[in-house]
Ligand binder design. Structure first.
Ligand SMILES: [Fe+2]
Ligand SMILES: [Fe+2]
Length: 297
């Protein structure tokens, strides 16, 4: 079942950018260095590192979902996520020739390896297959809205194109996990349980993954000793950049997608409240009490 009651922007993005693109399809020749902004370059570097980590997620998901069809879908999903990392990394290397995706990714991977990727467990850390898929839907809701926001925030033509292509992929990933969620033989989870999984996954955006990716993106290896990793500082700076990219409408879309995944009404009052709370959480984590009128749009 495809979620039908979500907004139109991702759907139209899907129409423009279909699945199965490659780096050769991107118009790299349109790159305009006069349109790049340093804070956006850091955000793109950090995103490239997180995306490029996808093979670890694929191994983990394949342990939890032993059936061949789901495993094949996860393999394909992982390839697309890795390509997102390569596309964003290539753009960042053009914007900052001192940046090298491979070297920076090696630093990131050395410092960030969550426990579930290191073991060989066949049970999801979310407690069930359905819980795992709700968690994946939350992540894809986040990435889909984030790349839509980057697409809307940048005037650099190549980044605009890459972000548009990736946002369309992320929306398709959300649909893949949503469909996988609803075809599990396990009984449906009670609503409160789904809510706990979703809120738990949103809260995990406070963990090391984003903060450490931001650190590796912002601090070159040569400056590591002078400027060591301080998680709280990096998390705050990372959220400051995220808040600079997001507009209120992107966060509302995120809330609608998560609501749909847990069986709530995407247009209902609870979803509106969740969107407002998420927007507030972003501001708090970025250390800002208020945002501009433009950001509220
Ligand atoms: Fe991605
Ligand atoms: Fe994705």
């Amino acid at each position: 079942m495809i979620p039908a009651s979500l907004g139109k922007s991702e759907m139209s993005a899907n129409n423009i950018y279909s699945q199965g693109w490659s780096l050769d399809d991107v118009r790299w020749d349109l790159f305009d260095p006069s349109k790049i902004e340093p804070w956006m370059v850091t955000a793109v570097k950090a995103a490239a590192l997180v995306e490029f980590n996808a093979p670890d997620y694929v191994s983990y998901l394949k342990r939890i979902f032993p059936d061949a069809a789901t495993q094949a879908a996860m393999e394909e999903w992982g390839k697309e996520e890795s390509q997102h990392g390569r596309a964003l990394g290539r753009w960042a290397e053009m914007a900052d020739p001192t940046f090298k995706l491979a070297d920076t990714f090696a630093r990131f991977r050395e410092g960030y390896r969550p426990a579930q990727f290191q073991g060989d467990g066949t049970t999801s850390i979310r407690g069930s297959k359905r819980g795992e898929m709700i968690s994946r839907c939350v992540v894809e809701s986040g990435t889909s809205s984030y790349y839509s926001a980057i697409r809307d925030a940048t005037d650099e033509p190549v980044l605009k194109e890459i972000a548009g292509r990736i946002a369309a992929d992320e929306y398709r990933h959300y649909r893949l996990f949503f469909e996988t969620l609803n075809t599990q033989a396990e009984p449906d989870l009670p609503f409160w349980r789904k809510l706990i999984v979703a809120v738990g996954r949103v809260n995990e955006s406070d963990d090391d993954e984003l903060a450490f990716a931001y650190y590796c993106a912002a601090v070159p290896k040569a400056r590591e000793a002078a400027q060591p990793y301080v998680r709280a500082q990096c998390a705050k700076a990372s959220y400051g950049t995220i808040l600079r990219i997001y507009r209120r409408r992107h966060v509302q879309k995120l809330a609608q997608m998560v609501s749909k995944a847990i069986g709530a009404d995407p247009q209902g009052r609870m979803t509106n409240l969740a969107g407002a709370l998420l927007w507030r959480m972003l501001r708090v984590r970025a250390g800002l009490s208020r945002v501009s009128a433009a950001q509220e749009a």
